[in-house]
Design a protein around this ligand. Structure first.
Ligand code: NAD
Length: 263
């Protein structure tokens, strides 16, 4: 299927590894010119080289901490200048610390909201005027199934990511007539480096083996397996495509059926 995004300019944040890198690769495979960022110069450069080696298409790497509003503005301006436009924005950041709701105080929630909610808003605010110039845009925010079905030991994530959905839904109707779609993607358990690290930490803590870690998760997934970053990226690629022009304001779970609610 031709996604119709050959030559489009895409910015994918927090893309040195995991879901962000998989999405950047997918968009590059589809012919988009891609800008990526993370906080570390070496790792983002390595990701750039990997993606470029696989696709041969233009990939630019920037250093940016998405929680820093000034860095975000600079990132979006430089990406627009160097790519010539900014058509597709995929927002992503790391996840906040795990823990139950009453274990955290206001400063912990403030940090989580800066990481996952305000970074999304900053990136979109800096990019939207660039999309409006062309009457075309795709905004896709990487959130979590926690935004749709709170996970008890991920209280900060539940809180910040629900706010992301509120913001995106509000924005989606405001810009819908301008050719700009605004959607969220909600990954369920997806086997990235982060999950591999968590499995190793679980085994080191003596709570069980690496296999136990995966089994505990997979028992709750109707497909009885984790997703792959490639499966996740394929769904994001579709939402970025011409074929998805009439889809806006949705929060799409990519979770093997994990979310239990009707919608
Ligand atoms: P990961 O830890 O493998 O990768 C995170 C990426 O974000 C890295 O490239 C890191 O350098 C970058 N990053 C972190 N903080 C940043 C910042 N402030 N500024 C710029 N870059 C930053 O994580 P992942 O598994 O790819 O997950 C990506 C997002 O999706 C996270 O928010 C995570 O909580 C969420 N999520 C993941 C899963 C899963 O199963 N993998 C499930 C639900 C939600």
């Amino acid at each position: 299927m031709d996604l119709g995004i050959t030559g489009k300019a895409a910015l994918v944040t927090a893309a040195s590894r995991g879901l962000g890198r998989a999405v950047a690769l997918r968009l590059s495979q589809e012919g988009a010119r891609v800008a990526i960022c993370s906080r570390n110069a070496e790792t983002i450069k390595a990701a750039r080289e990997q993606i470029h080696a696989q696709t041969g298409n233009e990939v630019i790497a920037y250093v940016c901490d998405v929680t820093d509003g000034d860095q975000v503005i600079d990132l979006c301006n430089r990406a627009e200048v160097e790519l010539g436009s900014l058509d597709i924005l995929v927002t992503n950041a790391g996840g906040p610390p795990a823990g139950m709701a009453a274990e955290f105080g206001p400063d912990d929630y403030r940090a989580g909201i800066e990481l996952n909610l305000l970074s999304t808003i900053s990136l979109i605010c800096a990019t939207l005027p660039k999309m409006r110039k062309n009457n075309w845009g795709r905004i896709i925010a990487i959130t979590s199934v926690a935004a749709r079905q709170p996970i008890p030991h991920l209280a900060i994530s539940n809180t910040a990511r629900a706010g992301v959905l509120g913001y995106l839904k509000s924005l989606s109707s405001q810009v819908a007539a301008e050719g700009i779609t605004v959607n969220a993607v909600c990954p369920g358990y997806t086997k990235t480096e982060r999950i591999t690290e968590l499995a190793a930490m679980f085994a080191e803590s003596g709570k069980g083996t690496v296999e136990d870690f995966y089994r505990n998760i997979e028992v709750d997934v109707p497909m009885h397996r984790m997703g792959t970053p490639e499966e996740f990226a394929a769904a994001v690629g579709f939402l970025a495509s011409e074929a998805a022009a009439y889809i806006t304001g949705v929060a799409l779970p990519i979770d093997g059926g994990w979310i239990k609610s009707l919608y």
